[in-house]
Design a protein around this ligand. Structure first.
Ligand code: ZN
Ligand code: ZN
Length: 411
């Protein structure tokens, strides 16, 4: 028996006025989604716990079977692992983005006018030449769009430092501050502030920016590190459940969380982690993955991206694309031998644009599961299903039970 876990990022929603009081799932109804829930155990899930607003990182840890309160070690670490970098004990990793600041140091755009990946790559290479005092060893690697990952190498650093980032344009970029009294946190904050300052010097003079500025585009004159993290220490999914697992995802974070948990990462061409991702290619890799692994985790990011952009219609469109892809999966797997769980990692109400703590729908299909009269895949319909209300941490044990991988408790 095999299991396919599909997590559509931020797919849960609330009633949207612009959809006549429906949620995007209710508005985007697709036959494949309805079929799945009609043959599934349905319910709702609190990714972490009721009332907890989950980030994608902590929610994914929980759904993949790892208590985030025990194992979460900062987002930067997962981004670094997802970008294929190695994190050694003692290293501290940050996610970074290029931004545009005005002459007063206020943020004009956190994404540097949506600078292209190619330009960001050239700027990142220039910043690799940055030399920090006391020969501090660092690694900087471009990932996608305006994003990159920074790793401070070696002992004597701490992840207990604040973000060099603001969420509102117009605000002044803060300095990195130590969040405890340790010498490591103070040193880390100093190194980060030095890195940010010296990077600005290099960026201001860089040709990429002169070209951008003469073309009337925003310059990428700052790099902002945030989400300090250290190497996560998780027991692998194979140690925990005795299974081989594969991940199909575009976004670095999801690859990183999976890599930390011992999943094999399949890099799919065209899987971008954005709304224009090549879902067909991902589905083909999913089918292929199910042939050689016990569990395939398939991640789709577009629903969350649309939600953060407050693009309600875009979210509905993305849900329809997911419905089409699911149809492909249903037509290409052995439905007598495959359990399929479809859920989200958290709710991101598209009219609000940020994650909320509302539970998400979940449906677990299997030829022999006790489906319970749910006929639609959406928040309200699933909440009336047989599975009731579960937590993210319950998902893997439930799937492992179906795969026959669960040990008897007692005798
Ligand atoms: Zn998410
Ligand atoms: Zn999000």
């Amino acid at each position: 028996m095999k299991a396919l876990l599909i997590i559509c990022d931020g797919m849960g929603d609330r009633r949207c006025a612009s959809l006549g009081g429906r949620t995007p799932l209710e508005a985007g109804r697709m036959p494949s989604l309805d079929w799945l829930s009609s043959h599934a155990e349905c319910g709702i899930m609190d990714p972490i716990a009721p009332g907890v607003r989950a980030g994608s990182d902590t929610a994914h840890l929980a759904i993949l079977g790892y208590d985030p309160y025990k194992y979460y070690s900062g987002r930067g670490a997962y981004e670094a692992l997802g970008a294929g970098l190695t994190l050694n004990h003692g290293d501290v990793a940050f996610r970074c983005n290029f931004a545009s600041l005005d002459s007063q140091g206020r943020v004009v755009d956190r994404r540097a006018g949506r600078i292209s990946g190619e330009e960001a790559q050239v700027l990142t290479e220039a910043l690799q030449e940055n030399s920090l005092s006391n020969n501090v060893d660092f690694e900087l690697q471009h990932t996608v769009e305006h994003r990159s990952v920074l790793i401070l190498r070696g002992p004597g650093f701490s992840r207990n430092v604040s973000d060099v980032d603001v969420h509102n344009t117009g605000a002044t970029v803060p300095e990195c501050r130590p969040l405890d009294n340790s010498k490591e946190a103070r040193r880390t904050a100093n190194v980060i502030n030095e890195f940010v300052r010296s990077s600005s010097g290099i960026l201001e003079k860089h040709e990429v920016n002169s070209v951008r500025s003469s073309g009337g585009r925003m310059v990428a004159n700052a790099i902002l590190p945030r989400g300090a993290g250290v190497a996560p220490e998780l027991p692998s999914i194979t140690e925990k459940f005795g299974i081989k697992a594969v991940t199909i995802a575009g976004g670095a974070l999801y690859k990183g969380v999976s890599r930390a948990a011992g999943f094999e990462i399949v890099n799919v061409k065209g899987a971008t982690g954005t709304m224009d991702t090549n879902l067909e290619a991902k589905m083909m890799s999913t089918i292929e993955g199910l042939r050689r692994a016990d569990l395939v985790f398939l991640h789709v990011k577009g629903t969350d991206t649309a939600s953060h952009n407050k693009d309600v219609q875009g979210k509905v469109t993305m849900i329809r694309k997911i419905g089409k892809s699911l149809e492909y999966v249903l037509n290409h797997v052995d439905l007598n031998k495959t359990y399929i769980a479809l859920t989200a990692d958290h709710t991101t109400p598209a009219e609000i644009g940020e994650h909320s703590a509302d539970p998400v729908p979940i449906a677990i299909y299997g030829h022999d599961v006790r489906s319970g009269g749910t006929t639609q895949y959406d928040e309200a319909a699933c909440s009336r299903g047989a599975l009731g209300r579960i937590r993210g941490l319950d998902v893997m044990p439930i799937l492992m039970n179906y795969l026959g991988r669960t040990e008897l408790f007692g005798e």
